[in-house]
Design a protein around this ligand. Sequence first.
Ligand SMILES: C[S@@+](CC[C@H](N)C(=O)[O-])C[C@H]1O[C@@H](n2cnc3c(N)ncnc32)[C@H](O)[C@@H]1O
Length: 327
Amino acid sequence: MTDLIAPYGPLAFFLDLHPDLGDFRSDAIAGLSAPQKWISAKYFYDENGSKLFQKITELEEYYPTRTEKEIFSANAPAITAGVGPRAAIFEYGSGASEKIEWLLNGLANPTAYVAMDISKDHLIESASALARDHALPVAAVCADFHAPVDLPQNALPAPAHWLGFFPGSTIGNMLAETAVAFLNRAAKTLGPGAKFLLGVDLEKDPTVLNAAYNDRDGVTAAFNLNLLRRFRRELDARFNIEDFEHYAFYNAAEFRIEMYLRARRATAIEIDGLVFPFRKGETLHTENSHKYSLPRLTALIAKTPWRLDAVWTDERDWFAACLLSNS
Ligand SMILES: C[S@@+](CC[C@H](N)C(=O)[O-])C[C@H]1O[C@@H](n2cnc3c(N)ncnc32)[C@H](O)[C@@H]1O
């Protein structure tokens, strides 16, 4: 299959870098073989996982989406002035492409919007809907943001510079060294003169954090358990899903929410004839969500080619929007 299709329905192009082929099975087997069983958080996001995440963003307990949107709308003139005219936007982990509207409306003459996500069907659906509603060229890239991406520059009008957009504190899912490697790669992809608008969740009362990842309606639990449904559906894994439960807590020493699937009883997961036993209470680590202080965030950015131009927070200092430039 051709990786680049231009145009693709209402999209200026669709670039498929096949982030999922082959990896899920080998990553699951490797992760289940480790002393602390684990699986990368990127596997949450099949179509069902993306829809469940969308529901999480609407939960009363889940403050990040609401708070980040408040910061963007309260500071839109300053942020868009900081980005400057004729930028082309590249959104990492674009999901439902829900947070882009204010940028498209507020920026001076943006030249294009490129959505990038690992969840292919959700990406195409969301980007296509956006393309139908906007005159500017919209494109989609299905890729893993932990790998390099070369933008097909010729398929779009030349911008004055690129703006990387990475909201939702998705950077918090990365260990610090992975976040630095990610920002280094983004600087290469977006080039000299690029800007980067980054949303980051901040340290706060652990009660608020614990509630946000253990909602009363069990949507976060369903999102976490969806990983096991993918094991069954896509890897023909054999096990009893009722043997596992959602488990999330704030680890204050590491400044992060840690999320696990925990065995309710002694059980096992079998994939390709390999049996991975679980003791009662044993866990499969599925996600970290790091919470930053502004000094730790500034120190992290200082290890990358990006310069921190400005930071905006909400009234409670729960969340930060940072504008960076690649000088
Ligand atoms: C926490 S959600 C944020 C979604 C949206 N940007 C927001 O702010 O609400 C993370 C998004 O990143 C995508 N994602 C996760 N891991 C990824 C990876 N390794 N490469 C590309 N996209 C990824 C998911 O599919 C999902 O849409």
